[in-house]
Design a protein around this ligand. Sequence first.
Ligand SMILES: NC(=O)c1ccc[n+]([C@@H]2O[C@H](COP(=O)([O-])OP(=O)(O)OC[C@H]3O[C@@H](n4cnc5c(N)ncnc54)[C@H](O)[C@@H]3O)[C@@H](O)[C@H]2O)c1
Length: 541
Amino acid sequence: MLSLQVRDIIAKTRLASKEWKKSSFAQRRMLLKILLKFTVENQADICRVSALDSGKPLVDASFGEVLGTCEKIWWLVAEGERYLRPERRSSGYMMFYKKARVEYHPVGVVGAIVPWNYPFHNILNPLTAAVFAGNGVVIKVSEHATWSALVYQRVIDAALAAAGAPPDLVRIVTGFGEAGSALVTGGVDKLIFVGSTAIGHKVLEAAATTLTPVVLELGGKDAFIVLEDADLATVTATALRGAFQSCGQNCAGAERFIVAERLFEEFVQRCVAVAGKLRQGPAAGEGVVDCGSMCMPGQAEKVQELVDDAVAKGAKVLIGGRLPAAGKGHFYPPTIITGVAQGMRIWEEEVFGPVMSVVSFRSDAEAVTLANDCPFGLGSAVFSRDVARARRLGAQLEAGMTSINDFATTYMCQSLPFGGVKHSGFDRFAGVEGLRGLCVPKAVAEDMWPFSTAIPPLLQYPVSDRAFEFCSALVWMFYAPTIAGNLSRGGCREAARIGLSKGDPQCQHDLHAGNLKGLWSLAACFLPKRGSKKPAQKKSS
Ligand SMILES: NC(=O)c1ccc[n+]([C@@H]2O[C@H](COP(=O)([O-])OP(=O)(O)OC[C@H]3O[C@@H](n4cnc5c(N)ncnc54)[C@H](O)[C@@H]3O)[C@@H](O)[C@H]2O)c1
């Protein structure tokens, strides 16, 4: 779509969002429940449409398109309102007479630019959170998933009408990069970009020109760590699903298998045995298939380049690793390689294909070092029968998400934020943080009692010549270390812990009753100045 068309769509969605922000949570829930009902009742069609457009088998579509979407909607319906209601906060110390809260107001129009890998979920994901938070949303789908997006737009239109929501509340934009670029600078109030790190750079650059706030959800290369006490039978099944789901075209896809030396051989053998039995073919073909194809033109060749580079530098292909002959489609085979090391492209670059790179380690510290030696940091997983050990190791991983004894399950716990660190992006789009991120968190403070408090007369313009003394007295009164204050905040205990006795000057200082001094200074501000016969008076203008 042309830039002007995109701007026109944003303008219409803005009008719709002004109406929708007045909607009740009950109405927003109704819209989501309609979408949930549609998804559950038409899951086979959704999977077929998505499989045809992205090349994945039906079961992978069910996993990635339907289950995640249903759980997301279910969570928003069940818990979303709780996190968007005004939240009471402490008013602190000096403002003891105020009531403080945060109100979550919709930002207005959310823009989302999404990739092709899960055509249905990638649309419903930003859509559901945006409208539940009271926003309109314009979603730019991938040029490689346009056909399915047009099907889903019809479904969305019907759901909007059934829920009594304005028809322009959710609009889908099609087109190439220029249409995405037009969305970034077209006047949306917040932008969620989901895609490659390379395009993420461009989006951030463009967003800087309009100061559009951006969430970046970029590539991943998840580490999958198997400690020597892990249960290999369950781990292997999870490892294969983590690597080959949707032919490896997952942002949070397991690419780096870091396996304890003692289990390495057996882990590899088990994986190779299963990988050899996988059936690969077209999603719309006859019979069940385990793996589909690469979606984008050129992607299979890119995977081959990374494998070839690794092999040229000493890696070993145990299974797969060869593109099918020309004319046989983009069916890159499930591939397992060992001997991967630093200096190979595959060590650093996202493969986004069905390739397991397996390396071994001797100590937990080495496993952490290997896992963190990566420019990406989206998901991660640690497997061990000793859960405390797995947790300790997981806490050291540079990643936005860690699953213990499972893979990518953080995403099915929809209250949790989704997002990464390093080149995997920043900010979050799911969970409580993602939902609130589509709002302006407005800080509000008001008096606790029915009458309003005024600025003390000494500080009113034109200020008194005792204004500074007055402020300084306030600081002493409220914030000077005091006996009572130190006791209540553990000051004396802390002093004892670090070995100070009452006689030490530092401890004396801690126990100094500074607030009394402040109180006295405050009172003194209202007394006549020494040497002056008249009390301090405000200058008249
Ligand atoms: N972190 C996540 O949540 C997540 C989820 C899915 C996919 N991904 C990542 O997405 C990548 C694969 O998807 P892809 O190949 O479609 O990614 P991509 O970056 O090529 O494209 C993503 C979207 O950006 C649009 N686009 C292209 N140029 C643009 C520009 N200059 N300005 C604005 N928009 C532009 C595209 O049209 C598409 O809609 C992988 O790197 C994968 O890891 C990340």
